[in-house]
Design a protein around this ligand. Structure first.
Ligand code: 5RP
Length: 237
């Protein structure tokens, strides 16, 4: 199903998607709060609704950055270990294929994002239309690894022709995730078989998690020049 709403000229496309998705949040929900520049707008909108409309929710954050933002907005928070289940998670994505599989982790929060999404009844992704692709893989696939043995994994990925790059931060230092791990980005160009690649990565010792989010999303809210589209994905989990 596809619904279209008009673009407000003053809003950017990420903001449009973030604000629209926040409408799915209902009073009393436990809400997974994603990470990134699109999720930022969704969290701000939830904060606004709490202030102006009296919405009450409990947030479960997916990164230290989102936790900081949510705390500033006065959103009550619990950790994923303190809730029975998350009602709804809203998060960004780096690429979404035509069959609603995703790559996430551009913002280095993929591990906590995947944990929160896994224990959520429903997950919505919010993106601008540039993130919609036919097949995954143009966006480098992030793989979160334990620092100990990470050079071995880099060699293995090199030999496989995955063009691995150890992610660094803005100072050129090796980036450390909120979970204390490294990220290796795989430059694959196209992923023909996401399921088998996911299984391969899942089985490698030292890999903590990877950015293939398969069969996890139920709706995608897309901000495009034409307006906001809400795409219903087939949930196959
Ligand atoms: C962080 C993520 C983000 O959701 C993803 O990178 C999209 O970010 P943005 O909304 O800034 O484009 O997976 O780990």
């Amino acid at each position: 199903m596809l619904k279209l709403k008009k673009v407000d000229a003053k809003m950017n496309l990420k903001q449009l998607a973030g604000i629209e998705a926040a409408k799915f949040v209902k009073d009393g929900m436990i809400v997974g709060l994603g990470t990134g520049s699109t999720a930022y707008y969704m969290v701000e909108e939830i904060g606004r609704r709490m202030r102006e409309e009296g919405l009450r929710i409990t947030g479960v954050t997916t990164s230290n950055a989102t936790k900081e933002q949510a705390e500033k907005l006065g959103i009550p928070l619990k950790s994923i270990d303190e809730v029975p289940v998350v009602d709804l998670t809203i998060d960004g994505a780096d690429e979404i294929s035509a069959d609603f599989q995703g790559i996430k982790g551009g913002g280095a929060a993929l591990l906590f994002e995947k944990i929160v999404a896994t224990y959520s009844k429903e997950t919505i992704w919010i993106v601008d239309s540039s993130k919609l692709v036919d097949k995954l893989g143009k966006f480098p696939l992030p793989v979160e690894v334990i620092p100990y043995g990470s050079q071995q994994l880099l060699h293995i990925f090199e030999e496989k022709g995955f063009q691995p790059v150890l992610r660094t931060d803005e100072n050129g230092e090796v980036l450390t995730t909120d979970g204390g791990h490294y990220i290796i980005d795989l430059h694959l160009e196209v992923i023909e078989q996401p399921e088998s690649l996911a299984t391969y990565l899942d089985e490698l010792v030292g890999v903590v998690e990877h950015g293939l989010f398969l069969n996890m999303v139920s709706k995608v809210v897309v901000g495009s020049e034409k307006g906001v589209e809400i795409l219903d994905a087939i949930r196959r989990k």
